[in-house]
Design a protein around this ligand. Structure first.
Ligand code: FMN
Length: 573
């Protein structure tokens, strides 16, 4: 164990890692998502300017903001993505500038899973299971297939290889804050029953395979770290016991450094829990030290960094001297004071004092749920604004009024800004989907349905263009809508294009009794919605004949409106 014994370590002490690299001191710039990549998800001069400032900031280790392993799934607008070598020259410039001051520089690799930002992620979000986040308006993800899981694991390895080729010193797996790796770990978001879920061992498998994929892709001297939650702070979620079990297993996978954080965008513990923090936590500043103490044994010889809340030289030095952690991580202070580490090490300051970002409303108002989450989003956005200032070649502006950020957020997102940052973005996408749904419903009502009826009247009737009769939820009266049906001996398949947003979908959910028209006769049956069915594959079975392919494609194109497969089973025979 590198700490706590012999002479007490100090912030100045170098830290040798298992890969052979040595961190020049114990202060780490933790990952801060910059949102400064260009439209092609590549770094440009703005990221170089920002990292140029941090490289002269005295840090022992600089971890970049999260970099995506799949550009089709981004956590925020402006994420860098590393999928192949198309941007190797730009990545190499970024690495060179960041390393210029002597810090080791690691790239944080991430896949957002169900926390993908809907504004920049056109594809449907993916996750271990098709379970939506507990944030209103965020669309439900679809469950990953085994092949897709293998592909993502390989992508982490490939991204690490590109990072090494660009000249970075290592990578850090983002295993915290509710993104894909932590979605696999949490029983709330991973309810698979195959080799990737079902019990804690199998939920851990994804992160272990990601670590192995990275190690297999890079040279032994390349650094590997992981940022892991102590817990996800949600009832029934990932616990501290499970977190320790992950550390124990990963300690056998040639990992150089564990970074401890906690929470997710549903429960953002990583940004502080001042109301619930114990007196000892308040005195020690960092929120996850109590957990870090209990994680030592599980971590084996792998050093531990703790991030979240550290502000003073005293608290940082005491945590190192007590052997509670080996590295201190700084997030928000580094956004406002790029030279935070050097200022502490050279004793230019005793404590970093980044402003507390809040609207500063009276406590009664501030306790209101919406205003509280607005404050959380404001905190993130205000610090992102600082990164953008530095990226533009200016100085950070600690005096920047939070109200200025608030007005920008409101202008951009309207009242949705009162939800969390991610939720606000999701809301905008949900609005787009709702608009699309309204257009399609109008088309269906006033164009498609009358056309089918007119064809029907002149005797052009196909099994494909048929009808379903459901029981009206409110009226109890029969409701008929034109629908495409694919019959077999036991019943029929249908695709409810708008799932539970369509009237007939909701009718079925309330009352399974239906009638469907097969040619000229009406059949009786029961219908169930099958949200787990692969609706794209199902839509294709509707069009075995090439002439019908455009129709099937139309159904597939409607995916954005959450179509759901419906199975009707005849009960009249
Ligand atoms: C603007 C902003 C962006 C962040 N982006 C990331 C990120 O990309 N990856 C990550 O692991 N944590 C991210 N975090 C969390 C920080 O790394 C850190 O855990 C958190 O800010 C708590 O540390 P602090 O109290 O020193 O700020 C971000 C925080 C902020 C304020």
């Amino acid at each position: 164990m590198p700490a706590a014994h012999a002479a007490s370590p100090t912030l100045h002490d170098p830290l040798p890692l298992a890969s052979g690299q040595v961190l020049p001191n114990r202060i780490m710039k933790s990952a801060l998502s910059e949102g400064l990549a260009n439209a092609d998800n590549a770094p440009d001069a703005r990221l170089e300017r920002l990292y140029g400032r941090w490289s002269r900031g005295g840090y022992g280790l600089i971890v970049t903001g999260n970099v995506m392993v799949d550009r089709r799934h981004c956590g925020e607008p402006g994420n860098v993505a590393m999928e192949d070598e198309r941007h190797l020259a730009a990545l190499t410039r970024w690495a060179r500038v960041a390393k210029d001051g002597g810090a080791k520089v690691w790239v944080q690799l991430n896949h957002p899973g169900r926390q993908a930002n809907p504004i920049v992620t056109r594809n449907r979000a993916v996750a271990p299971s098709a379970i939506a986040m507990g944030i209103p308006g965020v669309p439900a993800p679809r469950a990953l297939t085994e092949d897709e899981i293998g592909d993502i694991i390989a992508r982490f390895g490939r991204a690490a290889r590109i990072a090494e080729a660009a000249g970075f010193d290592g990578v850090q797996i983002h295993g915290a804050h509710g993104y894909l790796v932590s979605q696999f770990l949490s029983p709330l978001s991973n309810q698979r029953t195959d080799a990737w879920g079902g019990d804690a061992d199998r939920r851990r498998r994804f992160v272990i395979e990601v670590a192995r994929s990275i190690r297999a892709a890079v040279s032994p001297g390349f650094g590997l770290g992981i940022k892991l939650n102590s817990a996800d702070f949600q009832r029934g979620g990932f616990t501290e016991d499970e977190s320790r079990a992950v550390l124990e297993e990963l300690s056998g996978e040639h990992v150089d450094l564990f970074e401890i954080s906690g929470g997710s965008y549903e429960s953002p513990a990583m940004m502080g829990r001042p109301r619930t923090a114990s007196a000892s936590t308040r005195a020690r500043e960092a929120y996850f030290l109590d957990y870090a103490e209990t994680a030592r044994q599980a971590a084996g010889g792998v050093p531990i960094a703790v991030t979240g809340g550290f502000r003073s030289h005293t608290a940082m030095s005491e945590a190192l001297a007590a052997g509670t952690c080996d590295v201190v991580g700084l997030g928000r202070p580094a956004a406002v004071i790029p030279t935070a580490a050097a200022d502490l090490l050279d004793k230019r300051t005793d404590a970093l004092r980044p402003p507390h970002i809040s609207l500063g409303l009276p406590p009664r108002l501030a306790a209101n749920g919406s205003l509280k989450s607005f404050d959380g989003a404001l905190d993130l956005q205000w610090h992102t604004d600082q990164l953008h200032l530095i990226g533009a070649g200016k100085d950070p502006d600690p005096e920047r009024s939070p109200w200025l950020t608030a007005v920008t957020m409101l202008r951009r997102n309207g009242f949705d800004a009162f939800r969390s940052k991610r939720a606000a973005a999701a809301r905008t996408a949900a609005d787009r989907a709702a608009r699309k749904f309204r257009v399609e419903r109008t088309m269906g009502r006033y164009v498609m349905n009358p056309t089918v009826r007119a064809l029907d009247k002149v005797g052009i009737r196909t099994a494909f263009a048929s009808e379903i009769e459901t029981v009206g939820r409110k009226s109890g009266a029969p409701r008929r809508v034109p629908v495409s049906l694919l019959f077999d001996d036991e019943g029929a398949w249908a695709i409810c294009q708008h799932g539970l947003r369509s009237g007939w979908g909701r009718n079925i959910a309330a009352n399974a009794n239906v009638r469907v028209r097969q040619g000229d006769s009406w059949r009786t049956g029961t219908a169930v919605l099958l949200p787990d069915d692969d609706v794209v594959a199902r839509a294709r079975t509707f069009a075995p004949h090439p002439a019908l392919a455009p129709l099937a494609r139309g159904v597939i194109a409607a995916l954005e409106s959450d179509p759901v497969t419906v199975r009707i089973t005849f009960t009249d025979r």
